[in-house]
Design a protein around this ligand. Structure first.
Ligand code: PLP
Length: 448
């Protein structure tokens, strides 16, 4: 007898291409089909229950099954399902969401341009940054400096700003005018340096690159406060202060990509608050709506806003769904939930420190070379030898193996090469954290 799952898998094979997936490989195995979720749990079509250690794709901040968000979407859709923010028009939810974002963002950041996703936000930031300099008579100030192994999205500009070599190999990327410097990944690249020495050294690569290119050509530096998709790479404490100093010294705009870190993940509203960054631009998405509807944006400082208001004329950029009213209504309600349930404070004072303590226990496991984390985001490095840091298997194969054991054991954990990552919903409880850790331990034992 053919089960529902098998029927769906067959249809999937026939018609559906998946993002970041080897389609041939998937067609052999058949895809896992997630059909239900509640709180921090997911179920697939075979009824297998899993604790979602990744909050979807880092986005389901307030957890699944939130009726308040369903109701916000329903109400807005019945009143006004769509209208745009083009040509001197907008809608009440877009205005109210912009106001709420100004309230929760760093004091000097009070402005937002809405998009439909994190990738669109980074396309937008590239254009706004270059426009900012062009309208001030410096169109040649157009190069954006990013990092190797950064992730800024999948559109042409997003993937070019990103530093994923395997993405650049497809589609003729990166586009011109983007440079990549080395990342602050101490475990893999730190050698004999202390984390602090290494952080400083990697930040100073920005100054070297600015001087090499000529400051008159450099528009901005872009970085995720912590590199998420690259492997939860948490920069040493010396890194961001030095980057900030260099940006200030040369008058380079600083873009903090808050798509993952934004909305409480690191125990503050934004990663910029946690790492002491004073950004000019902040691309946002994901936790903004907890993923219930797609929405993103680019927030920017009052200094930038002055230029864009008074000197820029018409901004020839925008998306049909910029400020989509239903998505904006859901995002607004989502931010209200985060505020009302004090989720940011809870991550800072309770569940964040608790998860970090328990996560550290995994360092005792023979396969774990390092554990790291902040707030509710963590990573561990799989190794064969803790001292030499020799990898368990070539080509990051051990990560995939461990991830598959996690899935069988009822835990969604992500693998980036040989790094295992978690980023659970901000609503996760201490008991659920205990369950996550026990399942992670069992999966590590299975991998051994
Ligand atoms: N920026 C960062 C830091 C991200 O992690 C991501 C997605 O993971 C993006 C941008 C792209 O966002 P989206 O997938 O919504 O286009």
């Amino acid at each position: 007898m053919t089960t529902t799952t098998e029927k769906l898998q067959e249809l999937d094979r026939q018609h559906h291409f998946h993002p970041f997936t080897d389609q041939g490989d998937l067609n052999k195995k058949g895809t896992r089909i997630i059909s239900k979720a509640d709180g921090v749990y997911l179920w697939d079509t075979d009824g297998h229950k899993m604790l979602d250690g990744m909050a979807g794709l880092w986005c389901v901040a307030v957890g699944y099954g939130r009726d308040e968000l369903v109701e916000a979407a329903r109400q807005q859709m019945s009143e006004l399902p769509y209208y745009n923010s083009f040509f001197q028009c907008t809608t009440p939810p877009a205005i109210k969401l912009a106001e709420k974002l100004a309230e929760v963002a760093p004091d000097h950041v009070n402005n937002v341009f809405f998009t439909g996703s994190g990738s669109e936000s980074n396309d937008t930031v590239l254009r706004l940054v270059r426009h900012y300099w062009a309208v001030q008579g410096q169109p040649e100030k157009s190069v954006i400096i990013s990092r190797k192994n950064a992730y800024h999205g999948s559109t042409v500009a997003g993937a070019s700003l990103g530093g994923m070599g395997y993405m650049h190999k497809q589609g003729g990327l990166p586009i011109p005018g983007i440079e990549h410097i080395d990342q602050p990944y101490w475990f893999e690249e730190g050698g004999d340096l202390t984390p602090e020495e290494f952080g400083l050294q990697r930040a100073q690569l920005l100054e070297e690159k600015i001087l090499e290119l000529g400051v008159e050509k450099v528009a901005a530096f872009i970085g995720e406060p912590l590199q998420g998709a690259g492997g939860v790479i948490i920069p040493p404490s010396t890194y961001w202060p030095e980057i900030q100093r260099i940006c200030d010294k040369y008058g380079i705009l600083l873009i903090a990509d808050e798509v993952i870190c934004g909305f409480g993940r690191t125990g503050n509203w934004f990663g910029s608050d946690t790492f002491g960054i004073k950004p000019d631009f902040m691309p946002i998405a994901k936790g903004l709506s907890s993923g219930y509807l797609p929405i993103g944006g680019v927030m920017f400082s009052d200094r930038v806003a002055e230029v864009l208001k008074n000197e820029a004329g018409e901004i020839n950029h925008g998306y049909t769904y910029s400020g989509h009213p239903a998505a904006a209504a859901v995002a607004l309600k989502n931010l209200e939930i985060i505020q009302d349930e004090k989720l940011v404070e809870r991550v800072a004072e309770d569940t964040g420190p608790y998860l970090q303590d328990r996560w550290q226990e995994l360092l005792d496991h023979p396969l774990v070379g390092e554990t790291r984390g902040v707030g509710l985001v963590c990573a561990l490095e799989l190794v064969k030898d803790k001292t030499t840091r020799e990898r368990l298997a070539p080509d990051g194969k051990a990560g995939g193996l461990c991830r598959d054991f996690c899935t069988s054991n009822g835990l969604v954990m992500r693998a980036t090469g040989d790094i295992m990552l978690i980023s659970p919903p901000l609503t996760i409880t201490r008991d659920e954290i205990d369950e996550l850790i026990e399942k992670a331990k069992k999966s590590l034992d299975d991998t051994l």
